[in-house]
Design a protein around this ligand. Structure first.
Ligand code: NAG
Ligand code: NAG
Ligand code: NAG
Ligand code: NAG
Ligand code: NAG
Length: 930
């Protein structure tokens, strides 16, 4: 059935586009599941890949642990979770765009999470209280996660030696049932984290895209994607097929490309793997309570103890996993609480009994999704299992039975397909990448309606009704990424409300309010038109439902058509007129385009008048009058007067997107934390420097004892020993909580005297070597000067004297310095350093290289007349001559050391050239399809 399945590497054809070089951005696909975050990366010249985190893991726990001003993420946070549960918000994405009453949020409480969100009526949003004092909104916490995703990507890139472009663009996954408020909250979070969201994408759609991007089906396939994640179940029915497409805009050849079409969706928004875990948690807690209360003779509930419950949650998850492969498991938790341990055996049968009702719930959305697609079970050609929840054998069995024993496919890496699909989706959107063409259409499960009313509601006149209009603009399961307009005749300013049309289709607890608009400018325009004796305006409102699943009013316009009469010159046209006409038509089309795009406020008038001028112009240019004499006649014409309306939008309801002020407030909070992090890291590094310097002193005094003894006194060495010993004590005492400044001062205190000693040790050999080098150089200069007499007659005596003077000056400097040094003891700071030596000959070297380039006086060439008569090009001849001369110069001096400087320069240039070619090589290499 599948006609072609290309090799994976050939298929993931992310190619550096034309502008990739200047604009080498990376795109992240981030799957923010409720337990784990997975990050996929697209970059120029590399296949789609999953970013491994700082612990080399392909997924990162979705949590942030706050401890004494430090934030820990992923496994670092998870490792501390059982000890510090009240400092560790988890599953924050579940709270995005939802209030504390939302069933999905309440589940957190039911599952004994110690940190459960509260509602702030000033912000119109939820927040967590961490460690009993600090408030963080789910947007802020999610922004931190995304910044952590960026951090691990940068680290991953470094480790792999990738040249990563700027990481700002991302595509984020959302559940099928995410409402607009939830989607907006996620986008706000990304904005807080300085990300540019190219789009959001449905989790199952992303997974299907990852599954289908390298396949082209001959026969359409309808595949059911069953995604039992940690906190919810989503089922999508998706059609994979293919169609013919032109290879290029101008090409006649066609190619077969794959196409992915989402047909139906259904879900259970609170049934996920965690629901199964929780049955075990309750069972274990009951068991513990019974033994605990019996032993202590009281009546208490372990559910009130956050630490114990966090441990139980972690244990329950392990038990569930073991039971998916084993019939029984012994559970032992040492001193779970109050010095009491928990010890029991759990069988798979017991677990299944605890979860019986959940098993039924796990099947229901399958039927709903098929129905939503307008299909029957027999239409489904295959099933793909994604998400971690399908590990429960009973769920698989129930599902298999419900699906007529169809095979439950596991062809997708369920943990990673969503992030990978999201990043591919992003690459398809971005102009910086060229990707294989795969058609994709997704659908919006919730119908969306618009309601219009007058902005200033007037008392209706006798016999009149209050003006209002309502329409469903985006139907259930309509395509996303579309625009729709509504048009009506009206003369008053408007209030426009966007809402989900059918609250029953929404997940329980969701608000159906989307957005509100005040559309003004209608009344004023209508009045203006009325004064001109024209009719009521036609108002057009255009709405967009984006691929991110967000609906907005994108354009509002009023227009009036004016009919008028003109006396027109009617011309009797010649045949040649044809061309002119074409030109007119083109002019007309262009004009319309520009008026359409013009977003300015001004009233626009479109009419057909100006084209005539053009015809006349053509006549003028060609100097012919191609028309026969004209006569005049009245003619009716139409023109449209357009006005762009003013739109002000706002939100209603318990949960609203962040206002600009709240965004700024949150941003300041994050900046502060980031700054603190930076300072902490700097302090940490400074501390490490101090610590390692202490050991450096100790070790060097032993390892390099002999040399150090030559350049230091016993007192000096004793001072160093004492410094390092005191420093070590200080580090574990006052230094333990020292600030950055103190730490840096400590480093200076330690390193300054020690560096002086190390330096003297090094200079023991470096200085004589430098002096030797210089002496050699001076000797070469003198040798060279001897040869100049013959080879370089153009160098004057004056110039030679200049060279001699400079040589003498250097020799004088050296002998003076050496005399000074003689007088010093070896443990004192030296009179001169090896670094000063080469500097002395700099001006001498410059002079020599200048002289070496001095051109020879030009002998008069006899051929000149000849060549000129031959008609050859004079400039060419001269060039050749010059080259000749240069070559000779180079020959004459090529044996000399003194041209080294020049040569070095050349070398550098060559090197640069090499580097450029290397870069080009890289570009060429990466420009290939991968
Ligand atoms: C609610 O949010 C506002 C604005 O951020 C803040 O000033 C206020 O302290 C918050 N109130 C509570 C109870 O958290
Ligand atoms: C990629 O972009 C093209 C052009 O916008 C669109 O037709 C196609 O459906 C997109 N495919 C995916 C996988 O997003
Ligand atoms: C529209 O007009 C209003 C007031 O006349 C002005 O403040 C606004 O900037 C204008 N908008 C555009 C897009 O020209
Ligand atoms: C070229 O030759 C002619 C005679 O043959 C002479 O008069 C003239 O000066 C020469 N020109 C040059 C530039 O040598
Ligand atoms: C010399 O040749 C160059 C390039 O071939 C040309 O541009 C120039 O006009 C020529 N000069 C003469 C004097 O012929």
């Amino acid at each position: 059935m599948r006609i072609s399945l290309f090799a994976a590497s050939a298929m993931l054809c992310i190619v550096g586009g034309l502008f990739a070089q200047v604009n080498a951005k990376a795109i992240l696909g981030v799957d923010l599941g409720s337990l784990y975050m997975k990050v996929a990366l697209v970059q120029r010249g590399a296949p789609l890949e999953i970013v491994t985190n700082l612990h080399s893991k392909r997924k990162t726990e979705q949590m942030v642990l706050f401890d004494q001003g430090t934030r820990f993420y992923g496994a670092d946070a998870n490792g501390l979770l059982a000890r510090k549960p009240t400092k560790t918000p988890v599953a924050m994405t579940v709270v995005l765009g939802r209030d504390d009453e939302h069933p999905t949020v309440k589940v957190l409480t039911e599952r004994h999470y110690p940190l459960t969100p509260k509602y702030n009526a000033t912000r119109f949003g939820s927040y967590f209280v961490v460690d009993g004092k600090d408030e963080y909104t789910p947007e802020e916490l999610t922004a931190m996660l995304l910044n952590h995703a960026e951090e691990i990507t940068v680290a991953y890139g470094k480790e792999k030696g990738h040249i990563l472009g700027e990481i700002r663009d991302c595509v984020l996954t959302v559940p099928s049932f995410a409402t607009q408020a939830e989607r907006r909250a996620l986008m706000d979070a990304a904005k807080l984290g300085n990300f540019n969201v190219l789009s959001l994408i449905d989790e199952n759609t992303a997974s299907a895209l990852n599954f289908g991007m390298d396949k082209v089906y001959e026969e359409p396939q309808i595949i059911l994607f069953y995604n039992l994640g940690a906190s919810s179940l989503q089922v999508s029915v998706i059609k994979f097929h293919s169609y013919e497409m032109k290879e290029g805009k101008l090409s006649k050849k066609t190619k077969t490309v794959g196409s992915i079409e989402v047909l139906g969706k259904a879900w259970d928004s609170t049934l996920g793997g965690l629901a199964f875990d929780n049955r075990l948690v309750e069972y274990l807690a009951d068991h513990f309570n019974a033994e605990w209360n019996k032993a202590r003779g009281h009546d208490k509930d372990v559910r009130t103890i956050p630490r114990a419950m966090t441990k139980l949650r972690i244990q329950a998850n392990k038990v569930k996993h073991v039971l998916s492969a084993n019939a029984e498991i012994p559970v032992h938790m040492d001193s779970l609480h109050d010095d009491m341990s928990l010890s029991l055996h759990i069988t798979r049968a017991k677990f299944e009994e605890l979860c019986e009702d959940l098993m039924d719930r796990a099947v229901a959305p399958v039927h709903a999704a098929i129905k939503s697609a307008g299909l029957e079970l027999k239409d489904i050609t295959a099933i793909e299992m994604i998400g971690g929840g399908m590990r429960v054998p009973k769920v698989r069995a129930g599902l298999s039975a419900a699906l007529d024993d169809k095979e439950l496919g596991m062809h997708i890496n369920s943990d990673e397909s969503m992030a990978l699909g999201a990043s591919f989706f992003g690459a398809n959107i971005s102009t910086a990448f060229r990707v294989r063409h795969v058609g994709l259409t997704d659908i919006n499960p919730f119908p969306i309606a618009v309601s219009l009313a007058e902005l200033e509601a007037k008392e209706p006149k006798e016999g009149e009704e209050v003006w209002s209009k309502e329409a469903t603009i985006f139907a259930t399961n309509g395509k996303t990424g579309v625009k729709k307009s509504i048009a009506f005749t009206h003369d008053q300013d408007l209030h426009c409300a966007l809402d989900y049309a059918d609250a029953d289709t929404l997940p329980e607890g969701s608000s159906s309010e989307l957005q509100r608009y005040k559309v003004t400018g209608v009344a004023a325009f209508a009045k203006e038109m009325e004064e001109k004796g024209l009719g009521k305006p036609k108002v057009t409102l255009q709405f967009e439902l984006t691929h991110s699943g967000i609906t907005e009013l994108v354009k509002a316009e009023a227009a009036v058509v004016e009919t008028y009469t003109v006396e027109e010159e009617v011309e009797v046209e010649d045949e040649e007129e044809g061309d002119d006409k074409k030109e007119e038509a083109e002019a007309e089309a262009k004009e319309e385009e520009t008026t359409d795009e013009d977003k300015s406020n001004e009233t626009k008038t479109e009419e057909e008048e100006p084209k005539k001028k053009k015809t006349k112009l053509v006549e003028k240019i060609f100097g012919i009058r191609s028309k026969k004499p004209a006569f005049w006649t009245p003619k009716e014409k139409k023109r449209t007067i357009k006005k762009t309306l003013d739109v002000e939008s706002y939100y209603v309801g318990k949960i609203r997107p962040l206002t600009e002020e709240l965004m700024a407030e949150s941003k300041a909070k994050l900046d502060y934390l980031n700054q603190k992090d930076k300072e902490r890291i700097e302090l940490e590094e400074a501390k490490n420097r101090v610590e390692s310097y202490i050991y450096k002193i100790k070790n060097k005094l032993i390892d390099d004892e002999e040399n150090i003894a030559k350049v230091s006194t016993e007192e000096q060495r004793e001072e160093l020993r004492k410094l390092s010993a005191d420093g070590e004590d200080w580090l574990y005492d006052d230094g333990y909580n020292a600030d950055l400044k103190t730490m840096e001062a400590k480093f200076a205190e330690l390193s300054e005297p020690a560096e002086k000693v190390w330096f003297r040790v090094a200079e023991m050999s470096d200085r004589p070597a430098a002096v030797k080098e210089m002496t050699k150089k001076l000797e070469k200069v003198e040798e060279l000067m001897m040869k100049w007499k013959d080879s370089m007659p153009q160098i004057t005596d004056e110039e030679k004297a200049d060279v001699t003077d400079k040589v003498t000056a250097v020799r004088t400097w050296l002998s003076e310095k050496e005399a000074e040094q003689e007088k010093l003891a070896s443990h004192e700071d030296p009179a001169f350093t090896s670094a000063e030596v080469p500097v002395q000959t700099k001006s001498l070297e410059r002079l020599i290289s200048k002289l070496m380039k001095k051109p020879k006086p030009k002998p008069v060439k006899e051929e000149k007349n000849e060549t000129a008569t031959e008609g050859s090009n004079e400039t060419k001849a001269e060039n050749a001559e010059e080259k000749d001369g240069e070559d000779k110069d180079a020959e004459a001096s090529s044996t000399q050391e003194e041209v080294k400087e020049e040569e070095e320069k050349k070398d550098e240039e060559e090197k640069k050239e090499e580097e450029t070619t290397k870069e080009d090589g890289y570009a060429a290499e990466t420009g290939d399809e991968l």
